[in-house]
Design a protein around this ligand. Structure first.
Ligand SMILES: Nc1ncnc2c1ncn2[C@@H]1O[C@H](COP(=O)(O)OP(=O)(O)OP(=O)(O)O)[C@@H](O)[C@H]1O
Ligand SMILES: [Mg+2]
Length: 404
């Protein structure tokens, strides 16, 4: 394979920072060659930097491990998946008149209508805009145009979604990345990265939901006609399931409750026999597995009801046919997809599987790497679309090189 670019993808989570290195071939193939993971030890909370030093160290450790496995010392591009409690999205709509005498819509017209829509948003004025995602265009007399450039039209209407976050939140993430030697890294909203990893073109077109259940937060992305239509963050994650267990069953501490949840956790109590007990070694007693499942079921129901509400908010409940894709550590609870089928009232709920990448199976087949792999895939796609790549000897590459 002729190597075109070495790419680094990161996912900044409350329980882990994940880094993956992938090589983009001249033929467009993406091969994962390195992966690393580090615990931020409280340095990240609710998607925000909580301790600059701890966050920086975790990023550095994850990247170092990924680069060492890959045998690389420099990269051509870095993309980092971020999302937090204060990230917001808004759907916008605006119209312009096409002033060219021949009424052929240009790229400038397309940008102008998107700029005008963004300028009209109060959120965009007050916060930092991370993404401006075109959803659909309408020309006078012709609706639902994917790309209006080169078409005839007297007016051009755009529908777009913006993703914003408070300036200081974004600035501090950028600062942590810079401190870790990754100046110049681009940010991507985590639901976009997760979707890039697990959704194929057909799912995106037919309407699909990506639910990323993390440690503290659940990120929801709803896609339709190929682009992000709705996104939301729900303040419930795997940590709440563990806390519920510890509070109600007194298993001997948060870390023991966490171990029991991961090993024996289940969300469908009727699937378990009443006589199955889990030995609490340090406590010298037993706890019913079915009772554990009842506690987890209650929290899962609450979380899935929030997801149902977010789907309902779009007004597209019956237009989403591409299924629900669960990602994130919290989605690994036994039988959660089956329970979600019932609660969400959707026949297709699957654990998201990364497609379109090859290489290291410990990364490509690892659910903990999904969002970081999505970030790298999004970067590869953009590079291919732009048809260019940065000179390996320039910019942040030098800075990254100093690190190793
Ligand atoms: N096998 C498993 N079964 C059940 N839960 C699991 C399993 N593995 C991990 N988890 C849970 O997943 C959660 C962490 O998920 P993940 O690693 O996606 O979070 P994160 O990305 O660090 O957090 P966030 O996105 O909230 O910032 C933890 O609460 C953990 O208990
Ligand atoms: Mg996460």
């Amino acid at each position: 394979m002729v190597q075109r670019a070495v790419l680094l993808g990161l996912d900044l989570g409350a329980s882990k920072v994940v880094a993956v290195v992938a090589v983009l071939g001249e033929d467009g193939t993406l091969t994962v060659t390195g992966a690393g993971q580090a615990d931020p030890q409280g340095g990240l909370r609710l998607g925000e930097i909580n301790d600059m030093d701890l966050a920086t160290k975790a990023i550095r450790r994850a990247v170092e491990e990924a680069m060492n496995t890959a045998g690389q010392t420099q990269v051509d591009g870095i993309r980092v998946a971020v999302d937090g409690i204060q990230f917001l999205g808004e759907n916008l709509r605006d119209t312009i008149t096409i002033s060219n005498p021949d009424k052929i819509i240009t790229g400038t017209d397309r940008d102008r209508v998107l700029d005008q829509a963004t300028a009209g948003s109060k959120l965009a004025k007050e916060q930092q805009v991370l993404h401006r995602i075109p959803q659909m265009f309408h020309i006078k007399g012709q609706s639902n145009v994917r790309n209006p450039v080169g078409m005839y039209g007297e007016t051009l209407e755009a529908e777009a979604r913006i993703i914003v976050a408070p300036g200081p939140v974004v600035k501090n993430i950028e600062l942590a990345l810079k401190n870790a030697g990754l100046a110049g890294a681009e940010l991507i909203h985590a639901p976009l990265a997760s979707a890039e990893a697990v959704l194929n073109r057909e799912d995106r077109e037919n309407g699909a939901v990506v639910v990323d259940i993390g440690a503290e937060l659940t990120h929801v992305g709803i896609f339709l006609h190929g682009s992000l239509f709705h996104s939301a963050v729900i303040p419930i994650g795997g940590k709440h399931f563990t806390q519920d267990l510890e509070i109600t069953k007194h298993l001997g501490g948060f870390s023991i409750a966490e171990r029991i949840k991961v090993r024996y956790g289940h969300v469908l109590p009727p699937h378990l026999v009443a006589e199955e007990y889990i030995e609490l070694e340090d406590e010298g007693r037993q706890v019913s597995r079915r009772e554990i499942a009842e506690v987890l079921h209650a929290r899962a129901a609450e979380l899935l009801n929030h997801v149902t509400a977010e789907i309902g908010r779009t007004g597209l409940t019956y237009e989403i046919h591409g299924g629900v894709h669960l990602v994130g550590g919290g989605s690994l609870l036994s039988h959660l997809p089956l329970m979600a089928q019932t609660v969400l009232g959707r026949p297709r709920v699957v654990l998201g599987r990364v497609h379109g990448v090859s290489g290291l199976p410990q990364a490509t087949g690892n659910p903990h790497c999904t969002t970081a792999l999505g970030a790298v895939k999004a970067l590869a796609r953009d590079l291919q679309e732009r048809g260019k790549h940065q000179d390996r000897s320039k910019g942040f590459l030098g800075k990254l090189k100093e690190m190793f």
